[in-house]
Design a protein around this ligand. Structure first.
Ligand code: ADP
Ligand code: MG
Length: 296
């Protein structure tokens, strides 16, 4: 028997061609030799060093690595919240970040934070439409139309008048992702969105994110500590070295989509996990021995 009322309203989402069309897909990220030094004149923390990574348009990349290795730093630079010291980042071959280029967040790159940011006093629908309406990008009625479309395709229409406090954390996170999608971004940046969730909520959230990815197919940069989660969700797992962060290895996850939990026990899955485990463990040990603080 299910006792979680939230999950009961979830209906199967529908996939339409226009959302999932290879020909029109955009959102390729190219991170080239990026170095980030915090406080260069003072403490001089080298967070990233010569870090290079290519993410294809519509690719789901999961980034793993020990605390303090620079995962969030790279996310912040891509998001336009922070600058870099050396190197360049391109979005669809357009320069996004380089020394001397002023960091600029944009609706093409949306961040979903670990600790949700829904307004508790607004309904789900009002939360989803808030951004574009306040920025005068859409009229209220236009935004409502788009929001209802996205909500209903994710089986969330019945909760549009519900307040976030009435929803489980997994459901709240799903609404946040819908809110992030309303501006039709090219890239979703997720910083450990499911960290600290209990295992049932976490697996429901995985399913929801996978379903959402199968429908909207955005480029995703997904940070996690959880190697199993990384493999289960992504097309590519990127293992970063301990600070200064660079890419230690990338693993292609050639598991078919749509994915479901039965895959977690397949030989292929276990083989992929085995491939990444040693590298992750070794880097974590290095960070631990150096006394890297828990920062993520
Ligand atoms: P991760 O997300 O992988 O845990 P971060 O990107 O948050 O790592 O941090 C990378 C390194 O940069 C850490 O050693 C951290 O202490 C340092 N760092 C992060 N932000 C700042 C800052 N604003 N000033 C100085 N050092 C920072
Ligand atoms: Mg972090």
């Amino acid at each position: 028997m299910r006792n979680n009322g939230d999950e009961e309203v979830i209906k199967k989402a529908t996939i339409t061609k226009s959302d999932n069309n290879d020909m029109t897909r955009k959102g390729a990220l190219s991170v080239r030799n990026v170095t980030k030094i915090y406080d260069p004149e003072g403490v001089h923390v080298v967070a990233l060093e010569n870090c290079s990574l290519d993410i294809k348009a519509g690719e789901f990349v999961a980034v793993v690595g020990p605390s303090g290795c620079g995962k969030t730093t790279l996310l912040n630079i891509i998001a336009g919240f922070d600058s870099l010291t050396h190197g360049e980042i391109y979005l669809d071959n357009e320069l996004l970040a380089a020394p001397g280029v002023k960091p600029k967040p944009g609706p093409d790159r949306v961040v979903v934070f670990q600790h949700g940011a829904l307004f508790p006093w607004k309904t789900v629908l009002d939360n989803v439409i808030y951004g574009p309406v306040i920025q005068k990008k859409m009229s209220r009625s236009e935004a409502i139309e788009i929001a209802r479309d996205k909500l209903s395709r994710l089986g969330l229409k019945e909760i549009e008048n519900v307040y976030p406090g009435q929803l489980s954390s997994g459901m709240q996170r799903r609404v946040e992702i819908v809110r992030a999608l309303i501006n039709n971004p090219l890239v979703l940046l997720l910083d450990e969105p499911f960290r600290g969730m209990d295992s049932v909520t976490k697996s429901a959230s995985h399913e929801a994110l996978l379903e959402l990815y199968d429908i909207f197919h955005k480029t995703i940069y997904f940070i996690t500590h959880d190697l199993e989660e990384a493999i289960f969700l992504s097309d590519t797992v990127v293992v970063m070295t301990t600070r200064p962060g660079k890419i230690r290895m990338t693993i292609e996850v050639d598991l078919p989509r749509p994915r479901d939990y039965r895959m977690l026990s397949t030989p292929k899955f276990l083989e992929l996990k085995e491939m990444a485990k040693d590298a992750v463990h070794e880097e974590a040990l290095k960070a631990f021995q150096r006394g890297e603080r828990e920062l993520a």
